[in-house]
Design a protein around this ligand. Structure first.
Ligand SMILES: [Zn+2]
Length: 478
């Protein structure tokens, strides 16, 4: 024999059926029923979409039906059953109707007005008092909603996949792995239209007004992804600038070729070139971190008219990397257990103990997703030489910063680093102030707050020479 159901459960089952009808119609599944003297006098299913009516919640529908049925807008002695905790509107309507009791199923922690967020029924100042009964068949009621949202997400995923199908030669991190990242509320555009991508899906964050005077093109280096730029990005957006932050294939939210052979320097440069063209990027300031700067320089050399200048962050200019950098890249490439965040900390990019940086490691969480890391020592050796003439032009126009973080453990000391840059770009001897040291990695919050503002002042200044002697950051070498 079945367990006897209480009267509340009996009527809640009725409301659940109405909720399922709403789900079948594509509405968020909520059902409500008004009962008087053991009889249904009104029922309602959530229907704001179909009715183009923001007030067409299940409870309001049920109240209207009951009032019609009883020929009275006052529903004295009635009990309203609803599968989900009512919102403020519905709770208010129930008070107006003088409903005696409201019985709900699942709590609604975001908008519930019967105790979760606020409790409309608990004001002694309000004349009419409605009794509230909570949690009747709560699990069943919540399950109907959960199933509905799960199905809807699956449909949305299917649509997204149909637009950008995943190649069987590539891997893709699930979107859910990137949900609710701290300080990264940006939804990327998905691009698989660039010929060089060969059908891979690339993630590109594009924020800020298209007509902004400058576009900051942020290119990450090995073992990182666009997320590393988040504090700089927030500052530039607050200043009304436009930022474009792609994840290179193999990194971040972009598709990851399974074979490390897919990665070559020429391939990444080609993709970025096609991206700049497809997005018609102009007045671009390259913000390149590590080898991202080298890739960006190659792109800028191929299309100098699109670029206004560059900020090269912790970038090594030579073809042979300094030993610590080479060892670090080898460790990332060869050790499947190499921890990305720990590697960043050891390199001096992030202070130890800041494990909120952990999202940086998401894209490489599984061994199969590390082909880009595995490829990188080889890719690094393929990077084209630093384009001297382009840098000389930027330097002459006051549009070039080359910075080294004082905390960077992968680069040689300041002087040796500056010497390497001057060897790669003789024009730098005329503009020694372009080479300077930041006290910390420019992507760290405090440093980003200072650096982003200074960068806007510097790169947005008129290029007629008036800013040549302008103030450089205090940490610039004298
Ligand atoms: Zn409502």
């Amino acid at each position: 024999m079945q367990k006897p159901t209480s009267e509340h459960e009996h009527w809640m089952q009725h409301a659940l059926q109405l909720a399922r009808q709403a789900a079948a119609a594509g509405e968020v599944p909520v059902g409500a029923v008004v009962v008087k003297d053991g009889q249904v006098v009104g029922e309602g299913a959530n229907a704001p979409l179909a009715r183009h009516d923001p007030t067409a919640h299940a409870e309001v529908q049920a109240l209207r039906a009951a009032a019609q049925q009883l020929g009275n807008y006052r529903l004295d002695g009635c009990t309203l059953y609803v599968t989900l905790e009512p919102c403020t509107m519905c709770s208010g309507a129930m008070l107006h109707a003088r409903v005696a009791t409201v019985v709900y199923g699942a709590a609604e922690p975001k908008t519930g007005a019967a105790g979760s967020v606020l409790n409309v029924f608990d004001y002694p100042e309000i004349n009419h008092q409605t009794r509230v009964v909570r949690g009747v068949l709560a699990q069943e009621c919540a399950a109907v909603l959960a199933e509905f949202f799960q199905q809807r997400r699956a449909q949305q995923r299917a649509v997204a996949l149909a637009n950008h199908p995943l190649k069987d030669t590539a891997l893709r991190n699930p979107d859910s792995a990137f949900a609710d990242l701290p300080d990264w509320p940006y939804a990327p555009q998905w691009r698989s239209d660039l010929p060089a991508l060969g059908g891979l899906r690339m993630a590109v964050v594009d924020e800020g007004p298209k007509e902004a005077p400058l576009t900051w093109l942020c290119l990450h280096g090995a073992a990182s992804w666009g997320y590393g730029f988040r504090h700089l990005v927030a500052q530039w957006l607050a200043a009304g600038q436009r930022v474009v932050v792609p994840d290179l294939p193999g990194f971040g939210r972009s598709d990851q070729p399974k074979r490390d052979k897919a990665h070559t320097a020429a391939w990444h440069i080609q993709i970025l070139q096609e991206l700049a063209q497809a997005m018609d990027l102009r007045h671009v300031v390259l913000v390149g971190e590590g080898d991202g700067a080298r890739l960006g320089l190659a792109v800028a050399q191929a299309m100098p008219g699109r670029f206004a200048g560059g900020w090269l962050i912790d970038c090594w200019p030579g073809s042979t990397p300094p030993r610590p950098l080479a060892q670090w890249l080898q460790a990332a490439a060869n050790k499947p257990q190499w921890e990305v965040v720990l590697g960043m900390v050891q390199a001096g990019f992030w202070p130890a103990g800041q494990m909120q940086q952990a999202p940086l490691a998401i894209p490489f969480a599984q061994a199969g997703h590390r082909a880009a890391l595995k490829a990188w020592p080889r890719v690094q050796a393929q990077l084209p030489a630093v384009p001297q003439e382009l840098l000389a032009q930027w330097l002459a126009r006051n549009r070039c910063w080359i910075t080294r973080s004082a905390s960077n453990a992968l680069m040689p000391a300041q002087q040796a680093w500056a010497d390497a840059w001057q060897a790669a770009t003789p024009a730098l001897r005329e503009y020694p102030a372009a080479l300077w040291q930041t006290p910390a990695y420019p992507m760290l919050p405090a440093q980003a707050a200072v650096g982003a503002v200074r960068a806007v002042e510097y790169f947005a200044a008129s290029s007629d020479g008036s800013a040549v002697s302008g103030p450089l950051p205090s940490s610039a070498p004298s």
